[in-house]
Design a binder for this molecule. Structure first.
Ligand SMILES: Cc1cc2nc3c(=O)[nH]c(=O)nc-3n(C[C@H](O)[C@H](O)[C@H](O)COP(=O)(O)OP(=O)(O)OC[C@H]3O[C@@H](n4cnc5c(N)ncnc54)[C@H](O)[C@@H]3O)c2cc1C
Ligand code: FES
Length: 284
């Protein structure tokens, strides 16, 4: 059974709940982390790593955003948002004290129950580290429950690296390897250059006893899953978080349909053996 039992839907899953923005922190030139708190504490619902919310900027619109905070601190929610368009820009420019709307949590998250007793391989591209961060927190908080933690993270440029202080702190944790890479580094960059899959050669992999969790651009996930397979990780042990435009987020409208799947309720996290063939079909 997946570790990610769905949180029971509230009476009206379509009604946004008002939250107050407590803090907005700049992570990179276009990405910000919002800390928010419900205006009525009874509205709080626990979330599972990998789940997402629908976030409303009132008067502008609503978009799906994954939780990026720690499930052990449910009183406040954390989201890391890249400003790419109208709604995401409105959310990241919200002032502390302002009200936004939140629906959720929705969807199936990362397979942390299945990962128990195994090594956990995290592969992230760009903003994809944000939906994976709650899973990393979970592994680090319950260190004896899991084997090695291997974090492989790639961005376009060093300035796009998220959570830099935490990346440095995670390296110092027992049985943990963290490697970063960029597509193009510039003169100041002394680190690795290349796509994220090139980092696999540095990882102390035990493929047959590992679970891999991947989030990033679709092409990055496709190549990462393929490369993990080539290293011997079974496709049943590789999980990807998919993105599509959403409206209802509860399986009513069909907006997020992808082949036979509704990403909002069957995903966003899927096992690779279920969706691998769909990933190569561009017309979907
Ligand atoms: C389950 C899920 C979880 C997500 N989690 C996060 C997160 O944690 N942080 C984050 O920054 N973003 C996340 N996203 C993506 C986020 O929802 C989109 O960036 C947002 O909807 C863009 O809306 P907009 O109005 O700002 O931009 P728009 O004006 O709608 O779009 C701007 C650009 O982004 C593209 N775009 C729009 N929606 C998506 C999408 N869903 N996926 C990929 N490209 C899109 C458009 O094609 C366009 O090029 C998630 C998406 C899903 C489905
Ligand atoms: S967003 Fe409506 S069915 Fe998924």
């Amino acid at each position: 059974m997946r570790s990610t039992e769905l949180t029971p839907a509230r009476a009206d899953p379509m009604a946004p709940v008002p939250y107050t923005v407590l803090k907005v922190s700049r992570e990179t030139p276009d990405t910000y982390t919002l800390l928010i708190q419900p205006q009525n504490s009874s509205s709080l619902e626990r979330f599972q790593p990998g789940q997402f919310s629908m976030m409303w900027s009132f008067g502008v619109g609503e978009v799906p955003i994954s939780m990026s905070g720690d499930t052990s601190e449910p009183a406040q929610l954390v989201y890391t948002i890249r400003s790419v368009g109208q709604v995401s820009r409105a959310l990241v420019t919200t002032r502390p004290g302002a009200t936004i709307g939140v629906r959720g949590p929705f969807g199936a998250g990362w397979p942390l129950a299945e990962a128990s007793g195994r090594d956990v391989i995290i592969m992230a591209g760009g903003i994809g580290l944000a939906p994976l961060r709650p899973a990393i927190y979970e592994v680090l908080r319950n260190r004896s429950k899991y084997g090695r933690l291997i974090v492989l993270y790639g961005t376009r440029h060093p300035r796009d690296l998220l959570f830099r202080k935490e990346l440095t702190a995670w390296v110092r944790q027992p049985d943990t390897q963290v490697f970063t890479t960029v597509d193009s580094g510039g003169l100041e960059w002394r680190g690795h250059v290349g796509v994220v899959t090139t980092l696999l050669r540095y990882a102390r992999l035990q493929p047959d006893r590992s679970i891999a969790m991947i989030c990033g651009p679709e092409i990055m996930m496709r190549f990462s899953a393929r490369e993990l397979g080539a290293h011997g990780v079974p496709s049943t042990n590789i999980y990807l978080s998919m993105e599509r435009n959403m409206k209802c987020a509860v399986g009513f409208c069909g907006h997020c349909q992808w082949g036979p799947h509704f990403i909002c309720k069957d995903g966003p996290v899927f096992p690779y053996d279920r969706i691998g063939p769909l990933l190569t079909r561009h017309e979907l």
